[in-house]
Every structure is written in structure tokens, then in C-alpha cells.
Design a protein around this ligand. Structure first.
Ligand code: AMP
Length: 357
């Protein structure tokens, strides 16, 4: 079977690399940045199925995909839903998943109304194309309304009640065409300046009730959309329970640990789901795992090569500020051993961000 992936960045490359041993799955990547209508048509003609490494696919390309809708996995319906934060929130609510209260904002008047309805603070975000915290504004007092509206730039927005979360987490699952689902254990995700810096498994002192709820949430969400492939649900952990933040209809940075950390990675199960093959085991193979992102500069990450329980991945990209250049997975027989290894890699993480939990 020939599977075409839209996008040839690190996610596309790791998707392709995950099934190189399966000779009946032939994967090719399409460079979205060099898109031309005729190029995409030729690419589509050459494959049996089309998938994507990013939800940031421009509307004109999504439109072009409509002609081959039943060959696209995850479905275009899922893609369109998770491209838009309002549709996403509605889908989450429809699947019975807790979210922050929200209000659509299309004018300055709507911003004031959102403050009345939701109270303060509020996080205001663009409904589309926001990632890594871009296109966002936190309103703390009524006078912030105009600045927020001007700063984001008069677009279609969503205002969300501010969630006083204790931790940020995610849960990732793959669902096949027969509705079978495999779910990876949750990770805690630590961000700095809007970018994921590291993810940890297990999450310390996470109650089994919470992890069961996360599993139920992602199962119900995937089932509600008859989803096929790998899906990610980001969840805020609060004193009151788990609250969904956002969904990625794809493999996710917080799941990179699964390459070495579980039998089947998030990449492999995505490809297996598309290829109608049985999904692999998603349990963690090690007592403790960390995934550390390499951002802006790879120099400090080279240290990982001298550590027997650290696996360095380089995406072969040119260094640029705030750019994800690679990641390191640390696997260990205990949390202490994992933390000691991350201690040895601490210069990969911005100063003060590694918590050594
Ligand atoms: P997002 O692009 O929606 O994932 O938001 C980026 C980051 O902003 C998240 O990882 C959170 O740290 C923070 N954030 C987003 N939405 C909220 C919210 N409703 N309340 C508090 N913090 C938020």
C-alpha cells in the first residue's frame, strides 16, 4: 500500500521511518512549502491513501483534498474540526469532555461581552493557525480589551476562561479502521516561552481516576469522529479534574518518547492504522522515561551520545532561534535514574526549567 504524507518535516520523517521494516507499506512525503496544485495532484495520483503531519494545511489545499475525501486519514472532517478552536471546543463538548468555558469573539464588543460572561482573567486566541502560544493574549483587567483586540489584529477569535492548572499533560491514542484503540500512558509536559521543553512519564502522583478519565476522553473523542490514525489530546490538570485544552489530529511532540519508550510508537501505530494492520502495544517498556526537546542549538545535546540510556534524534535542520532541531529520549529503570540522566543533559534545557521531579 502506498501512503502519502503531506509535510516532510520531522513528523513526516519519523512516520516514514517507523515502518521501514514493513515492505508492503510504501511511504512518500509531500513538501507543503513547495506546493503547486499540479504537484499535489500528481502526488495524490501516486498513492492509495493520504495523511498529514500537520493540521496547518491551507484552505485551498484542504479544498483540493475534498475530491479524494475518502482516501484521506484522519478524515477531512477531523482535520477541519481541529483546525478551528471553536469547532474543536464544540466537538470536545459534544463528546462529553470538560473544557474551559469559551465565547466566540469577532469584534471589540464581543471582547467586552466575553469578559461579562466568562469573568477575568481570559485567554484570547485566534481560532485558526495559532501554535506554540502564538496569536494569544491574556486579559487580566477590563482595560486590556482594546489592547488585546488590537494586538491580535481584529481576527476571528475565541475567548477562554483562564484555567488555573497545576500541570499540563497529554494523552495520545491510535484508532484503526475497525474502531480498535490503543492508548499510550499520559505524560506531563513542561513548556517554556510557549514551546514544549520536556515530557515525563510517569506523571508523579497522578491518580488512577485521572488517568482513567483521560483514556475515556480520548476514546470517546476518537469514536465520536470515527477517527483513523494517531490523535493527541492536551489536558490541563486542575484540582477539580482534567480539562481539555486542545487536540492535534496527528502525532505529537509529547509522544516522541514512544519510539524507544514503548513497543509501538505513536508514528508506527498511525501507519499501521492507515495500513489496516493490527495496532502495536502502547505500554511503557521502562519504569521512567523523559523526552527532552533540543531547541535553537544542538551543541549541548551531543552529550547524549556518551550516555547509554539516552537516544538523540537530530532533525537535520538549520539552527534558528526557537526552532525544534531534535529531541533526546531518556529511558530508565527508576525515576531517580531518569532524573540523574536528565541532570547530565541539563544544558539542553533553558536555565531553571528542569524541575528534577
Ligand atoms: P495553546 O496554543 O492553546 O496550547 O496554548 C498555549 C499555552 O497557553 C498552553 O500550553 C497553556 O500553557 C496556556 N493556555 C492556553 N489556554 C489556556 C487557558 N484557557 N488557561 C490558562 N492557560 C492557557
Amino acid at each position: 500500500m502506498k501512503i502519502g504524507i503531506l509535510g516532510n518535516g520531522q513528523l513526516g520523517q519519523m512516520l516514514a521511518a517507523s515502518v521501514t521494516d514493513l515492505t508492503d507499506l510504501d511511504v512518500s512525503l509531500y513538501d507543503l512549502r513547495a506546493h503547486e496544485e499540479s504537484k499535489l495532484n500528481a502526488f495524490i495520483d501516486g498513492v492509495d491513501l493520504v495523511s498529514y503531519e500537520t493540521e496547518n494545511i491551507p484552505a485551498h489545499i484542504v479544498h483540493q483534498l475534498e475530491a479524494i475525501e475518502d482516501k484521506v486519514f484522519p478524515s477531512l472532517k477531523a482535520l477541519k474540526t481541529f483546525q478551528n478552536r471553536l469547532l474543536e471546543k464544540n466537538a470536545l463538548r459534544a463528546a462529553g469532555i470538560a473544557t474551559a468555558d469559551f465565547h466566540a469573539v469577532n469584534s471589540l464588543e464581543d471582547v467586552h461581552q466575553a469578559i461579562d460572561v466568562l469573568g477575568l482573567p481570559i485567554v484570547m486566541k485566534t481560532t485558526t493557525e495559532g501554535y506554540d502560544g502564538k496569536g494569544q493574549f491574556v486579559l487580566r483587567k477590563p482595560e486590556d480589551a482594546e489592547t488585546a483586540w488590537e494586538t491580535i489584529g481584529h481576527r476571528e477569535l475565541i475567548a477562554e476562561a483562564f484555567v488555573a492548572f497545576q500541570r499540563e499533560t497529554s494523552v495520545i491514542a491510535s484508532r484503526d479502521r475497525d474502531g480498535n484503540i490503543k492508548i499510550w500512558p499520559m505524560t506531563e509536559n513542561i513548556h517554556h516561552e510557549g514551546i514544549l521543553r520536556y515530557s515525563l512519564y510517569p506523571i508523579s502522583e497522578l491518580s488512577s481516576e485521572k488517568s482513567d478519565i483521560a483514556k475515556r476522553y480520548i476514546r470517546d473523542l476518537a469514536n465520536s469522529l470515527d477517527y483513523v490514525g494517531t490523535i493527541t489530546l492536551e489536558l490541563f490538570e486542575t484540582e477539580q479534574g482534567l480539562i481539555a485544552n486542545e487536540v492535534a489530529p496527528r502525532v505529537h511532540n509529547s509522544g516522541h518518547w514512544s519510539i524507544e519508550g514503548s513497543e509501538a510508537s505513536q508514528f508506527r501505530n498511525h501507519m499501521l492504522a492507515l495500513g489496516s494492520k493490527p495496532l502495536g502495544n502502547t505500554q511503557a517498556k521502562h519504569a521512567a522515561v523523559a523526552m527532552v526537546n533540543v531547541i535553537s542549538d544542538e551543541t549541548a545535546s551531543l552529550k547524549a551520545d556518551s550516555l547509554s540510556n539516552a537516544y538523540r534524534h537530530s532533525y537535520g535542520k538549520e539552527a534558528r532561534p526557537a526552532r525544534k532541531l531534535g529531541h533526546i529520549t531518556v529511558v530508565a529503570n527508576s525515576i531517580e535514574e531518569r532524573n540523574k540522566t536528565v541532570d547530565a543533559l541539563v544544558y539542553v534545557i533553558p536555565e531553571g526549567v528542569w524541575k528534577n521531579q
